[in-house]
Design a protein around this ligand. Structure first.
Ligand code: PMV
Length: 352
């Protein structure tokens, strides 16, 4: 079989996913909304090869073992089952940004893996309804072959929940759904809809101590999680509408409220999870002060100390300067709104 290479961007959630209804299926407690991050990417090549005695996985040039290998194998198993093939695979995956430090590397990793592995296993097209076809993704697939984005997003979700949001392009919503079949992500607006920029303040590039898989599993031990989940439809509605209207003031308030709520749950779970460092809080305060003075900026924080400062393109230079001047911020990376997961044009590996 032929190797395939796929590229996917990580995403930053404005309305966060935290906690599962089913840990095994990664069925989320609540829906979420995000944007993909251009310029940050995972590239993954998958080759199902009859000569291999076992799956071989390399991540950032190193042979993978332990949990990372187990999670990749789990997805390969699912793809083999869906495609009806019995071959082991060689997988090589590279990130161009730090792994496991609050930029969702697992999202881009499992989105790229789901696309590359399904294609390498010959799953073209996914069985799908015509009306589910996404124009961004079909643009990189052979003409006339519809591709079921929903099925691909679901497959990615099984590897890492937020990975399902890295399949479609631009601004994306993942519906909590009622079961495995309807819990997947769709694009709510293309990248060019709103010129937002994520100024990512890098406070630490170390691997976080408690990964999100363990974090989701203890979310319900916080007495605040119920209230957070019950209120999620309100926050989703406000955020979705603010994006569609390009209403920055409303967007900023709801995004910060949602991030603060998630961290309140994290801090009050058993055991408690504290992801912030002093510099994280210093950036939060500086961002709120700058917004009070009229700069269109707001923040959101994932399961790590790094802080994502979202602003408009017009405010990006001033925002990057402000964030970069705060003590404890080592670096600022800028990312515009990114496109969907896609196959990399490479005639030697992707035969179309
Ligand atoms: O997909 P996971 O299991 O890495 O969970 C992601 C959790 C957060 O990044 C904290 C929030 C989100 O919605 O991305």
């Amino acid at each position: 079989m032929l190797p395939f290479t796929a590229l996917a961007h990580p995403n930053i959630a404005f309305i966060k996913y935290w906690g599962n209804r089913s840990d095994a299926l990664r069925l989320p407690a609540n829906g979420s909304i995000s944007m993909n991050l251009e310029g940050l990417e995972t590239r993954t090549t998958v080759h199902f090869d009859a000569s291999l005695p076992a799956d071989k996985v390399k991540i950032n040039g190193k042979i993978a073992g332990g949990m990372a290998l187990a999670r990749v194998r789990m997805m390969l198993e699912e793809v083999r089952h869906l495609a009806g093939i019995y071959l082991f695979a060689r997988v090589a995956s590279e990130n161009n940004f730090p792994t496991g430090a609050g930029i969702a590397s697992s999202a881009s990793a499992f989105a790229a893996l789901a696309l590359a592995a399904s294609q390498a296993a010959g799953m073209r097209p996914f069985p799908c309804a015509e009306d589910e076809v996404d124009s961004h993704l079909t643009a990189v697939l052979p003409e006339g072959q519809p591709f079921d984005l929903g099925a691909l997003s679901r497959l990615a979700r099984h590897g890492s929940g937020s990975a399902c949001r890295s399949i479609p392009g631009g601004f994306v919503e993942w519906a909590a759904g009622s079961d495995d079949a309807d819990s997947y992500a769709v694009s709510i607006a293309p990248p060019e809809h709103w010129d937002l920029v994520d100024c990512i303040a890098m406070i630490s590039a170390d691997r976080k101590q408690t990964g999100s898989t363990e974090g989701h599993a203890i979310a319900a031990t916080s007495t605040l999680q119920h209230a957070r989940v019950d209120d999620a439809p309100r926050r989703l509605g406000i955020c979705r509408q603010a994006i569609l209207n390009r209403d920055f003031a409303t967007f900023a308030e709801i995004m910060e409220e949602d991030s603060n709520l998630m961290h309140a749950v994290m801090m009050s779970s058993h055991p408690p999870l504290f992801y912030w460092q002093p510099a994280t809080l210093a950036v939060m305060q500086a961002v709120r002060a700058a917004r009070a003075k009229g700069l269109p900026v707001c923040y959101t924080i994932d399961a790590g100390p790094n802080i994502h400062v979202i602003c408009t393109q017009a405010a990006a230079e001033e925002t990057a300067k402000l964030v970069g001047s705060i003590s404890g911020v080592r670096d600022v990376r800028l990312a515009k709104v990114g496109g969907p997961a896609r196959l990399v044009e490479n005639p030697s590996t992707n035969p179309h």
